[in-house]
Design a protein around this ligand. Sequence first.
Ligand code: MG
Ligand code: MG
Ligand code: MG
Length: 308
Amino acid sequence: MEKNILIFGHKNPDTDSICSSLVKERLNKKLGKENCKAVRLGKVNKETKYVLDYLKLEEPELLESVEEGQEVILVDHNEFNQSVEGIDKAKILEVVDHHRIANFETAEPLYYTARPYGCTSTILFGEYKANGVEVSKEEAILMASAIMSDTLLLKSPTTTDFDKKALEELEKLAGIDIKEYGLEMLKAGTDLNDFTAKELISLDAKSLDKNGTKFVIAQVNTVSIPDVLKRQEELEKAMNEEIEGKGLELFVLAITDILNSNSEIIALGNKIDAVEKAFDKKLENNRAFLEGVVSRKKQLLPNIDKNI
Ligand code: MG
Ligand code: MG
Ligand code: MG
């Protein structure tokens, strides 16, 4: 595996991280860069599994760590604490991402494509066009899946006109009713019953670091917030274990209603005041309901981060 340039998204991979890695591998190969390979940094979630099953694709291989000098391409992330073990010694050739740039540096020059779009795949779709590369039906569905996942069917405030336009064009290339498919995909990701509390809080967790203050914002999608809250006690126990085990100052779990576009958050740790200030709300029973909040990147993270 090491001879290849490895392409991967963040830890606790979401649909964008997996699909964009697969798409980037395909695009590079079509551009004559054969020696690259999409891999993943963690378990494929149920939403992503729906996509892979639909397309009859294998999961990318799991990558635990990289050796010094390993050539890599990062998609859907840049922060080292969300990346693979050993990333600081790897040779980062390229980044394609739609997040803030933080906790990132390289020793050598690189290609860095950052766009404040709703999804990495929207950027990749632009690369197909810029290079005059044809998009296969499979690639169209991979990119459309990533866009609908990251933007919650274009309803998240992270959605840009670029995402809308890309999805419209990808739907034609995919040749399926993309919104209908997308809703089924999102729903597949809300089946949380057979996860332990510990698994649930790490399915889509982002580790963050503000000048040495470590915190985590995790998110789960659901079609029923009360259903998830039935497990509040065990979720809190798991969150407290993470706080103690990893020396976190704050753990926020956002339970996001994908149909009504709201979130209930549970927040624990020494810095819960950062959350209360961020949303001008007192936590009750460690919880707060955040009307219209669905995006970690645009709503949760920036507001919490500036109050830490
Ligand atoms: Mg992501
Ligand atoms: Mg993304
Ligand atoms: Mg996400």
